[in-house]
Design a protein around this ligand. Structure first.
Ligand code: PLP
Length: 697
């Protein structure tokens, strides 16, 4: 963190005004969409698919640079009119196609550049997103590149066998295998597939030999190597001697001997490795490729009929747009990735004068992340503080002291003032406990405490360096935005492994977001929140957001409480907080508010299938959108789970439930505890709830 010396040569008022200009807390009218682009790092993570238009809405260009864009806010409006409520997952098939084409183009370019004497033939790892439409789309979009599929389990193999229909594309069979898996994979050759069975464990070698003999089918086999190259970050443990998957070098040699003994060494044609997902450092990728290339040529020298080198997944996504080796980012692009693989393998093969292999990658995250956007709405907000009490005659001493502290907070003393405020607040609590302060007085003391914190916070925001003891102030003072979705269902990695995803409003981006908040989801779980957000330098503990707006356009705070919104305060003389209301802990609800939509981006890989039914919030609504010359078409609508559906997952039968409620209302009627109208209303509501969406309407 850089420390800049504060300027002391101006009055605090002047300095503050200037600092505010420099630090982005500009008066609202000068805020532009460029400011929003910078604030939310849209270019960094969103290029070329996402940007902001003049109306201040997020736009989507599903074909990247090749033209055609949609206003995301308007699209959500149009989908809502079709009775597709929020939260809503929007998939853009064109983005999927574009990602796939990009990956292939990068390898094609690298192959041309290094005059690589063989080809690239990628596969999509199904585990990344198994949804039918997506896998079918991928197979179709991949046809020009003979793109194939990778299965990591028996169910995924079932998908691949039935879906893959591209002649000469590869079907990579990974994961733990039993006899049935292996037989099925072998028989797939008879219906035109090119399955490659990748041996992950020594035990599988015998199974394969037996099955191949029994069926009389010559298999194409691969081995998965445990590289000694250490991955980094979250999945760094996927490699190394203790990794869960793959064979060590001695095991690979033993495998070769076993195959040689039964005259099947010719079947061994592929070397595979996977060093983990979201590799953020190119150096790690280079090391892995170097090691794998060496193993590859050695296997060839040992007599295996090597044809393919499969570099697995790991190609990363720049979630925070920082282009660094931070875990939410990566310090290389797709072209660098392809270049390094192609160049390394070529060198290794040339050095031993061996033919170069067909290159395979199993990039999942890099292909599937961008294509979906989750849209959800804000239900209400809650702030720690909003109003400061009005000064009164004859205040208790402790409150007078609070006023003195409040009125003298400035750049020169804000840290000291913070400690004073904390101490006064503690004192007020003790005085209350001892009976010297009434509950009204304690309330005033608390309000003044928060008012001090707010004022101090605004000074810290103008500073490049914030003292350690004040670092948490932003977090403590953050508003809570209650949002209509479940973290556990829609972004499980955010909860499970603190994964960062870009989140931002999809409209009002021509206006300054004057609030800072965290997101709290619908579940009754205190972990159901998002309080870490992407940042260029580190991770932000709060997200800049707009206040909810009254229908008709008034932002909260525009009504004169703080003068003109939050920014007006500094325009007033600091001695007179200008407000008339004294309610603390202000709560805003959307009853009379305009909808406020947030988008969560880059979550198209892994999140959907790992999402769970915590609190019985089910699958969200999902739509597939495709660009057409005249706009877009809705290719497919997948309605989210109804209450009946999620209840059936836990073995409740809707009819039984209704019947049980009906019986109870009958009994209550007999006993005169309920009127007939009430009983009907209860039953109606109960039945309607069963058939409705699990989220709030
Ligand atoms: C998960 C997995 C992948 C996909 O990795 P990404 O980092 O998403 O590209 C590829 N290969 C194997 C063997 C995997 O387990």
């Amino acid at each position: 963190m850089t420390i800049t010396v504060q300027r002391q040569d101006k009055t605090s008022q002047e300095t503050l005004a200037e600092l505010k200009q420099e630090n982005g807390t500009k008066p609202e009218h000068t805020w532009t969409i460029e400011d929003s682009e910078e604030l939310y790092q849209v270019q960094g993570w969103g290029e070329p698919y996402f940007s902001i238009n003049a109306a201040g809405h997020v736009t989507v260009s599903p074909k990247g640079d090749r033209g055609g864009s949609l206003d995301l806010f308007e699209l959500v409006g149009a989908l809502k009119k079709r009775n597709l409520g929020l939260p809503l997952l929007i998939r853009f098939s064109d983005i999927l196609a574009d990602r796939l084409e990009r990956l292939n183009a990068c390898f094609a370019k690298a192959i041309a550049r290094y005059k690589y004497p063989n080809t690239y033939q990628g596969v999509f790892p199904i585990k990344c997103n198994q949804h039918r439409q997506l896998v079918e789309d991928l197979v179709q979009f991949g046809q020009p590149f003979q793109f194939g599929l990778e299965a990591g389990s028996k169910p995924e193999l079932m998908i691949a066998l039935a879906t893959l229909n591209t002649p000469n594309s590869l079907l990579i069979c990974n994961g733990y295998k039993d006899r049935e898996y292996i037989e099925t994979a072998l028989l797939a050759t008879r219906i035109g597939h090119k399955p490659i069975i990748v041996l992950e464990q020594l035990e599988e070698v015998l199974l394969v030999i037996e099955a191949a003999r029994k069926l009389g089918i010559k298999p194409v086999l691969g081995v998965r190597a445990k590289l000694s190259t250490k991955g980094t970050g979250r999945w760094g443990e996927s490699t190394g001697d203790r990794a869960k998957f793959g064979m060590t070098i001695p095991q690979i040699l033993s495998c070769i001997n076993q195959l040689r003994e039964v005259q099947m060494l010719e079947s061994l044609q592929l070397l595979h490795f996977h060093i983990g997902s979201q590799i953020s450092a190119i150096s790690v990728i280079k090391d892995a490729i170097r090691e794998a290339s060496k193993i590859y040529v050695e296997l060839k020298v040992l007599g295996a009929n090597m044809q393919y080198l499969d570099v697995g997944g790991g190609l990363g996504i720049d979630y925070d747009g920082s282009k660094t080796n931070f875990h939410a980012s990566k310090n290389y692009n797709m072209q660098n990735y392809a270049n390094d693989i192609v160049a390394e393998v070529k060198d290794a093969c040339e050095a031993r004068q061996l033919p170069a292999p067909v290159l395979i990658s199993e990039s999942g995250r890099a292909i599937a992340s961008h294509q979906s956007v989750l849209i959800f709405d804000v239900l209400s907000t809650s702030d720690v503080i909003s109003e400061t009490p009005v000064r009164q005659e004859q205040e208790h001493l402790i409150i007078r002291n609070f006023w003195d502290t409040y009125n003298t907070i400035k750049i020169e003393n804000y840290q000291e003032a913070y400690h004073d405020a904390i101490q006064l607040n503690e004192e007020a609590k003790s005085l209350f406990n001892l009976g010297y302060l009434s509950i009204t007085q304690r309330a005033r003391a608390e309000q003044l405490y928060w008012a001090c914190c707010q004022k101090i916070l605004e000074i810290t925001r103008t500073q490049d360096y914030v003292p350690d003891d004040l670092e948490d102030l932003e977090k403590i003072m953050a508003s809570i935005y209650y949002v209509n979705f479940s973290v556990f269902q829609s972004v499980p990695d955010s909860w499970a492994i603190n994964h960062l995803f870009p989140i931002m409003p999809i409209h009002r981006l021509d206006k300054q977001p004057t609030r800072r908040g965290i997101l709290a989801d619908l579940t009754c779980d205190s972990d159901g929140k998002i309080n870490q957000f992407i940042d260029l330098r580190d991770v932000k503990s709060v997200l800049e957001l707009h206040p909810l707006r009254e229908v008709g356009g008034h932002e909260d705070g525009e009504m004169g409480r703080w003068g003109d919104g939050e920014m007006g305060r500094w325009g007033d003389t600091p001695d007179t907080p200008n407000n008339s209301q004294t309610t603390n802990n202000k709560q805003q609800t959307t009853n009379n508010k305009e909808p406020y939509y947030l988008g969560l981006f880059l979550a198209g890989a892994y999140q959907e299938i790992m999402g769970n039914l915590h609190n019985l919030f089910g699958d969200t609504n999902a739509v597939h959108i495709r660009l057409t010359p005249r706009g877009y078409e809705i290719e497919q609508v997948v309605k989210g789970d109804t209450v009946t559906e999620v209840l059936s997952y836990v073995q409740y039968d809707a009819e039984d439930l209704v019947e049980s409620i009906r019986r109870r209302t009958e009994q209550a009627l007999q006993e005169n505890h309920i009127t007939i109208e009430e009983s009907q209303l209860l039953l109606q509501n109960y039945e309607r709830s069963l058939s409705s969406y699990t989220y709030l309407a």
